[in-house]
Design a protein around this ligand. Structure first.
Ligand SMILES: Cc1cc2nc3c(=O)[nH]c(=O)nc-3n(C[C@H](O)[C@H](O)[C@H](O)COP(=O)(O)OP(=O)(O)OC[C@H]3O[C@@H](n4cnc5c(N)ncnc54)[C@H](O)[C@@H]3O)c2cc1C
Length: 427
């Protein structure tokens, strides 16, 4: 019999088999806690599938940042813009809260919190690899490529301020041929670029599947094709889950359902102001392929060498809580990539024959674009781990490990203070 009120008898049930849920399950098992993951489809079928796979220190600033509101307004009504907004239920109040979160001091606090959470990331990936998880992590470093020298220098200056000695940034950008020599795939008119060593890439689907295998190897269960549809509640506790395959009793529950976490929490009568930030990707064969992860700074899109092909990813589309693929965004991404990678196609009609795995995924976004990693208010044995936005692959292991400490001890680690649920209460 377990006495701790935050964890009763029975397994901890993790709702959601994405990278965040699986990493949480893995660390709980390592701490000796029995765990079952309940995933309505197959593992890594949500945002954890087709993302860019970056594990990075550089791009860890909250999206809610000074100047972002102006950028959003300039993007309105432009279907080819990297940021696309379509009015939907709940979007306006969310945008107001997003805008309030993007002031300098809140941004600085949020950034500092993510930096702290991210501090051990590469060490955690190394530990996972040593414990037989096939992370597939390589660390070729990241090239930042730009079409204008001024824009490249501006970005580098901002990055130097953000790095604060945590990672190496060069003194200046490379220009012209020297810039294009930083990565073999770069073509004219790329005008300037710089390199940040040490940044990493994983194949996210392979990483998630290996986490699943290790969860099972160390005694956990992963139920795939089992959909959670509600909770058995009693006196401020969750006694079990209602699922498409019957009820499952539990000692505690962790909600890690990505963009669907808001819907799942409604079954506990809790409101999480979550919007879906849809992003797109596809794979192409380039000759030569990139040797690094590449950030194409003027167009906010990225490329990752992955499993022998090149994955192009980008776009932030706020158009409701859905996973509908809009082919126009794929075309816009492909066209933008030609500025940096050369004319790998001449006309959009050729794209269906050239690209593989066109994909859309939903980033779970809270208004301050920080995750929520906490106990669910009002429930002694319910926890949530979601809202990782653009950083779920990078932060999955660190979030899972930190939440495990909370679940095991019943005390919120200081690291998780900035990711409290109650910061999101509607004022
Ligand atoms: C284009 C794009 C590029 C990205 N690139 C990067 C990157 O380079 N690096 C990085 O760190 N992050 C990146 N991200 C973000 C990253 O993909 C996400 O933050 C991360 O995958 C979120 O993982 P998750 O486990 O929280 O959610 P998900 O992977 O979405 O998993 C949630 C799971 O919950 C399941 N589920 C939902 N409801 C239920 C239910 N009722 N019952 C049972 N199961 C349920 C779903 O089926 C799903 O499998 C990118 C995102 C996009 C869209």
């Amino acid at each position: 019999m377990t006495n701790a009120s935050h964890r009763g008898d029975g397994p901890v049930l993790v709702v959601g088999g994405g990278i965040v849920g699986l990493a949480t399950a893995y660390y709980l098992l390592r701490a000796g806690v029995p765990v079952e993951v309940v995933e309505r489809s197959s593992v890594a079928s949500g945002a954890s599938l087709g993302n860019a796979g970056w594990v990075c220190a550089t791009h860890s600033a909250p999206v809610a940042s000074p100047g972002v509101a102006g950028y959003a307004l300039r993007s309105l009504g432009r279907p080819d813009s990297p940021l696309y907004l379509r009015p939907s239920a709940g979007l306006l109040p969310w945008l107001l809260r997003f805008w309030r979160s993007s002031g300098r001091s809140r941004f600085e606090r949020g950034y500092a919190a993510v930096v702290e959470l991210n501090r051990e990331t590469f060490a955690l990936f190394d530990e996972l690899a040593e414990s037989s998880v096939d992370t597939g992590l390589s660390r070729p470093g990241m090239v930042h490529a730009f079409l204008s020298v001024a824009q490249a220098r501006h970005y580098l200056n901002v990055q130097r301020l953000m790095a604060r000695g945590r990672y190496e940034v060069p003194d200046d950008v490379e220009v012209g041929d020297a810039a294009r020599e930083l990565d073999p795939s770069l073509k004219s008119p790329v005008a300037a670029a710089y390199f940040v060593p040490g940044e990493g890439i994983v194949h996210p689907e392979r990483f998630a599947r290996s986490l699943r295998d290790q969860v099972e190897a160390v005694g956990g269960k992963v139920h795939e094709d089992v959909e959670v549809s509600g909770f058995q509640r009693s006196a401020g506790r969750i006694a079990g889950l209602y699922t498409s395959r019957g009820d499952i009793a539990c000692g505690a529950v962790v909600i890690a359902a990505g963009m669907w976490s808001g819907q799942v929490l409604r079954w506990m009568d809790r409101h999480l102001p979550l919007q879906t930030g849809k992003g797109y990707s596809f794979s192409i064969d380039l000759d030569p392929p990139p040797a690094h992860s590449i950030y194409f700074g003027d167009h906010n899109l990225v490329a990752s060498p992955m499993a022998g092909t090149t994955r192009i990813a980008g776009t932030m589309e706020l158009s409701g809580n859905n996973n509908r693929l809009d082919w126009r965004r794929i075309v816009a991404l492909a066209k933008a990539s030609r500025h940096y990678l050369g004319d790998w196609f001449s006309h959009a009609d050729e794209l269906p024959g050239l690209i593989r795995d066109p994909w859309v995924g939903g980033r779970p976004l809270l208004p301050d674009t920080l995750p929520v990693i906490d106990q669910v208010p009002g429930y002694a044995n319910a926890f949530v781990n979601t809202g990782h936005g653009m950083l779920g692959v990078t932060l999955g292991p660190a979030s899972g490990r930190a939440l495990t400490e909370f679940v095991v001890t019943g005390r919120r680690p200081g690291l998780l203070e900035p990711f409290r649920f109650d910061r999101l209460r509607t004022r």
